[in-house]
Design a protein around this ligand. Structure first.
Ligand code: SAM
Length: 184
């Protein structure tokens, strides 16, 4: 069985967007308790690493790291474990909520933006990025960056996501590293 109800959200996203393909290298950010990691392995990815602040029980066919994805050593460590850059970076991360919706919104967008910049460091050309965002979807600035760096950017609310939650996922495919503005 799946370890989380969240697993069904990834199943639905993948049925719709065909993100996970056999042989892929995939990073799962915010992996605990491991439902998405199980789905990624089941769908044929060949190298899978899940990262979470919380411990994740071992998942056959995947590696798990207990740690913060913003750790400066994380990108290099992941590329080493995957034996190359990632084809897909998925983030189901959520910050601790405060109950104050404006604050929670800012925090989730901040986390998604950090995940995006992390993905820029570890994604192979042509790769994909999926992240949980809230309410109206990615903010303007993040959406502009996504549209610049990926050939296709969409939003989706999988049916398994509760109707009364404002959670949405941004799904970006076709990473074009050459399109990223280099810092001056
Ligand atoms: N997709 C998972 C599954 O199917 O089992 C559920 C993920 S849960 C909704 C979100 C996770 O994000 C939490 O376990 C939390 O610890 C993790 N998280 C939040 N901030 C993080 C960070 N900076 N680094 C790593 N994990 C983080």
């Amino acid at each position: 069985g799946w370890r989380s109800r969240a697993a069904f959200k990834l199943i639905e996203l993948d049925d719709r967007f065909h993100l996970i393909k056999p042989g892929m290298r995939v990073v799962d950010l915010g992996a605990a308790p491991g439902g998405w990691t199980q789905v990624i392995v089941k769908r044929g990815a060949s190298r899978v690493v899940g990262v979470d602040l919380l411990p994740v029980d071992p998942v056959a066919g995947a590696d798990v790291i207990e740690g913060d994805f913003t750790d400066p050593e994380m990108a290099g460590r992941l590329i080493g474990m995957l034996d190359g850059k990632a084809d897909l970076v998925l983030s189901d991360m959520a910050p601790n909520t405060t109950g104050h919706s404006a604050t929670d919104h800012i925090r989730i967008i901040g986390l998604a933006e950090e995940a995006l910049h992390f993905a820029f460091d570890i994604l192979a050309e042509g790769g994909g990025f999926v992240a949980k965002v809230f309410q109206g979807g990615a903010e303007r600035a993040m959406l502009d960056t996504l549209k610049q760096a990926f050939s296709l950017v969409r939003h989706a609310k999988p049916p398994a996501s509760r109707k009364d939650s404002s959670e949405l996922y941004v799904v970006a495919t076709g990473f074009r590293p050459d399109r990223l503005k280099k810092p001056e």
